[in-house]
Design a protein around this ligand. Structure first.
Ligand code: AMP
Length: 285
């Protein structure tokens, strides 16, 4: 496994042999089974796998957890070596944002909704860094998690609009044995907060069951989820959304692919989760 913080060395390694198909898995490190599921999918579907580990400052807002975000690099590299990853790019801030940097990559409307309302500069940072990583690595396929549902929609738009010559693969959310979506931020939770955090998936599962049983009124679905979360004293709702999966606009009726997503503070930790409901197809999360 070749590990480097250098763009030139990354490019040289990636183009040593131009024939293999490359899969890219961008991460911020503190790897867990969710990340590893993306890597395994890339391993199965492409010839070479590149993983990037970079805690990108431009996607964190003021007052968010940029400085405290976990950075267990040695452990991450052990996990990646065990997965048979070929290339790990671990740049620093000066490499990604050298003096004089001033370019923006903006997806306009999709980024104003849901997460974008609570984290106004977040997606500008995500699209910028992912565009840079696509240009540096030039993968044929890039892998992202359904856990960050809006991110996959925004990046899909960016790939289409800017004609990136690659396909995106969205992988299912990996959960722990009690249903909590794996996240590097789960490490911040106390035992009591962990119990409270289970309400995110429980409220989504309850909502999905109601839709399976025939509920089509989005307002009632939203209210049922809010009621379940509100029963949890340690949880403070940021938003609960029932939206069209393509436009991310709120819907009144559940017809076709619907993204049910939520953001909830558990103590000071902000967690997100979602489910895609498709009353005309198989419900999945
Ligand atoms: P992050 O390191 O949080 O930026 O995540 C890197 C990638 O892993 C993103 O595409 C995430 O959507 C994905 N990811 C994070 N958590 C999970 C999870 N529990 N299941 C599946 N993918 C995940």
């Amino acid at each position: 496994m070749f590990v480097t913080p250098s763009i030139d060395e990354t490019r040289a390694f990636r183009w040593q042999d131009p024939r293999p198909r490359w899969g890219l898995v961008p991460t911020m490190g503190a790897l867990h089974e969710g990340h590893l599921s993306l890597i395994r999918r890339a391993r199965a579907e492409t010839d070479r796998v590149a993983v990037t580990i970079y805690v990108n400052p431009t996607q964190f807002g003021a007052g968010e957890d940029l400085s405290s975000y976990p950075r267990p690099l040695a452990r991450d590299l052990d996990l990646l070596a065990a997965e048979g990853v070929d290339l790990v790019f671990t740049p620093d801030d000066r490499t990604m944002y050298p003096t004089g940097f001033q370019t923006a990559v903006e997806v306009r409307e999709l980024t104003q909704k849901l997460e974008g309302r609570s984290r106004p500069s977040h997606f500008a940072g995500v699209t910028l860094i992912v565009a840079k990583l696509f240009n540096i690595l030039q993968p044929q396929v890039a892998y992202f998690g359904q856990k960050d549902a809006q991110q996959t929609v925004v990046l899909g738009r960016m790939v289409q609009d800017l004609n990136f010559n690659l396909s995106l693969v969205v992988c299912p959310t990996v959960r722990d044995e009690r249903g909590l979506a794996l996240s590097s931020r789960n490490a911040y939770l106390s035992p009591a907060e962990y119990e409270a955090a289970l309400s995110l998936n429980q409220s989504l599962s309850g909502g999905a069951a109601a839709v399976r049983e025939g509920l089509r009124d989005a307002g009632r679905l939203r209210q049922a989820i809010v009621d379940r979360l509100a029963a949890e004293p340690l949880a403070r709702i940021d938003y609960v959304s029932v939206a069209d999966l393509e436009t991310l606009d709120e819907v009144t009726r559940i017809e076709g692919k619907t993204l049910v997503s939520l953001a909830v503070f558990i103590g000071t930790t902000r967690l997100i989760d979602n489910a895609i409901l498709d009353p005309e197809g198989d419900p999945s999360s």
